[in-house]
Design a protein around this ligand. Structure first.
Ligand SMILES: [Zn+2]
Ligand SMILES: [Zn+2]
Length: 184
């Protein structure tokens, strides 16, 4: 396995001819690929990727470590979410022969998705960026039992208590209270 380091000056485009038979291991120290518009983060990025080639197939296996900066859906507080992302993408260089690729694809249905490359270049930055975006949670809670805001007075219930009696609607006292209110 050959090792290289892609630093800030490097372009995150890997020419497939540069991937040797024994494989290529890449440590990415450049963060220019990061989807800053879609995902906020705190601190650095740890990225390791290795390329292995078997005939016309190039397998890209890697990991990304980062700390996402998210905003809680309930109380709107910012919070940090450490993420370890493992990924694998397979590229196929034999796109010239559709009959061949169709046959190969059939054999590989149990495998992961295969991307057919038109040009002999792998855009590593695009792969990394896509992996991070796919890992952003749909639901963000600063803690599982985040109390959020009181719907009546708007106080942050994680930090303060309020005297509104929200949530007591099912209790017998609340029924009593409603009755008393009606009488008045
Ligand atoms: Zn929260
Ligand atoms: Zn309240």
């Amino acid at each position: 396995m050959r090792f290289i380091s892609l630093t800030e000056d490097a372009v995150l485009q890997v020419q497939t001819v540069e991937i040797p038979e024994e494989g290529l291991s890449v440590k990415v120290t450049d963060g220019s690929w990061f989807p800053d518009r879609e995902v906020a983060r705190r601190g650095g990025l740890e990225v390791e990727v290795s390329f292995t080639r078997r005939n016309e197939r190039i397998s890209v296996v890697g990991s990304i470590d980062l700390v996402m900066l998210l905003s809680c859906d309930r109380c709107l507080a910012d919070f940090e979410l450490p993420k370890h992302i493992d990924f694998q993408v397979v590229f196929d260089l034999s796109g010239a022969d559709p009959a061949l690729t169709a046959r190969e694809y059939e054999c590989d249905q149990s495998e992961m998705d295969v991307i057919f490359l038109e040009d002999p270049v792998i855009d590593l930055g695009a792969i990394l960026s896509q992996q991070v975006i796919m890992e952003v949670p749909r639901k963000n809670l600063c803690q599982n039992d985040c109390q959020g805001f009181c719907p009546d007075c708007g106080v942050d219930l994680n930090k303060n208590k309020c005297s509104c009696e929200v949530g007591d609607a099912d209790s017998p006292f609340s029924v009593l209270r409603q009755l008393t209110t009606k009488k008045n």
